[in-house]
Design a protein around this ligand. Structure first.
Ligand code: DWN
Length: 405
């Protein structure tokens, strides 16, 4: 289905400002026995001139994206675990949470965040349709509803009790039914509660050329301007907003049912207006910058390979799938990808057929260069791979521009 109307406000949406071609599903890693012929879907993003929402133009069913063989487990990223722990501790303190409270997380994955509340005796409920992740969460003592979140589930849960805190990290962008999602938040949230909603920031995506964070799981790419309008439509109020470095730059919105001082929200809205984030011109040249990054990266890798270098990659990430497929980087340039997520080992990156191994292979095999597909965890991974680097190994960081470190 090709998008014609904005997912948020329903206004007609114009032509895409960036088209990444037909790509396979980013997290649908491939069993070597069934290699080749992965389904591909158009991947392009357009801007809504009425509410400023940036969004992909083709829908892939959430069941296909997040239930059938979804392999993303949050707990394989130590930096993400620390980010989640700090967030949980702040909520406990600021909201005075205790054994009488209820914290609900939408897209609770393997319990990476809710475990922090359980450890303090605070009642929680996870919601996640991905079976493997939900099973891992339940094994960690986190009750989990294995379904997609929406108004119907929200009404059912509210009949038992409202949520004092709803956490929704990297999920509001992952639903084609954006208004249903926000309506569900409004229905489940207690009158004096807060929903903290975290997503990649479209302004950082464009300014840092983070085009590879565009894939079919991400239906929307949010600015404060677009989310402010979306929340108001459902009687929610942005009481605060934080700019965070995680995932290449994110916004954490604090939504409540009651008006509250919102100085940082007003400030960011003014900043976005001044930067043009709410105007089409901000996005127009992005396609050319992405094409230039592709040219420069492929030329660099070809030059290294042509000089006899052996090249591997680090991070069987969804963003890695977008980058490899858009740039046409396959086993001709990159021999294998390493990743800590054991569920990914032995599989192939979709569309390009590059095999996935444990990170230990880097020290065993000593490739000359490693293309850092999980560049959003650069500091942590470079530190973790200090032995490989001390032995002369070099990393190629592709975003915001190709660089050897
Ligand atoms: O929206 C989403 C973002 C938040 O996470 C999900 N739909 C899918 C996923 O996207 P991603 O796969 O690009 O996310 P990550 O977390 O950037 O992927 C990092 C990959 O690198 C993971 O497969 C884990 C791996 N990793 C590793 O092997 N060693 C990560 C770290 C930090 C490491 O030290």
């Amino acid at each position: 289905m090709t998008l014609h109307r904005c997912r948020s406000c329903g206004a007609p949406v114009g032509a895409p400002f960036l088209d990444l071609g037909e790509t396979p599903l980013a997290d649908a890693l491939v069993d070597p026995a069934r290699a080749g012929g992965e389904d591909r879907f158009p991947l392009a993003v357009a801007f809504c001139g009425d509410c400023s929402l940036v969004q992909i133009t083709e829908d892939v069913s959430p069941e296909r994206l997040f239930v059938d063989n979804y392999l993303y487990f949050s707990s394989f990223s130590p930096a993400l675990l620390e980010h989640a722990r700090a967030h949980a501790e702040r909520l406990v303190e600021e909201r005075g949470l205790d054994e009488r409270s209820l914290v609900v997380e939408v897209a609770s994955n393997d319990g990476y965040l809710l475990r922090n509340f359980v450890e303090q005796g605070i009642p929680v409920l996870g919601i996640d349709p991905a079976p493997g992740q939900a099973a891992a969460a339940e094994a960690a003592g986190i009750p989990t509803r294995r379904e997609f979140f929406g108004p119907e589930l929200a009404r059912e849960l509210r009949r038992t009790r409202a949520a004092d805190v709803i956490v929704a990290n990297n999920v509001m962008a992952h639903t084609p039914d954006l208004n249903d999602f926000v309506e569900g938040i409004a229905l489940l949230l207690a009158d004096d509660g807060v929903a903290t909603i975290e997503n990649a920031y479209v302004r950082d995506l464009v300014e840092r050329c983070e085009f590879d964070t565009i894939y079919h799981e991400h239906f929307c790419y949010f600015s404060c301007t677009a989310v402010d309008r979306l929340m108001r439509r459902h009687g929610l109020h942005l009481a605060d907003v934080e700019r965070l470095p995680i995932h290449g730059g994110s916004l954490r919105f604090h939504a409540t049912k009651r008006g509250a001082p919102r100085e940082r929200v007003e400030e960011l809205l003014r900043e976005e207006e001044a930067a043009g984030v709410a105007s089409p011109g901000f996005y127009e040249a992005f396609g050319e910058r992405v094409a230039r990054l592709r040219r420069d990266l492929v030329a660099l890798l070809r030059e290294l390979r042509g000089g006899g270098a052996r090249i591997a990659a680090y991070g069987a990430a969804a963003k890695g799938s977008t980058l490899l497929n858009y740039a046409g980087i396959d086993t001709e340039l990159v021999d294998y990808v390493v990743d800590r997520n054991v569920h990914k080992h032995g599989l192939l990156m979709p569309g390009v057929g590059i095999p996935i191994s444990p990170p230990e292979r880097l020290l065993e095999d000593r490739p000359d260069y490693v293309l850092l597909l999980a560049w959003n965890f650069k500091d942590e991974i470079l530190e973790q791979q200090s032995d490989y680097r001390a032995a002369g190994g070099r990393f190629v960081v592709p975003v915001p521009a190709p660089e050897i470190v």
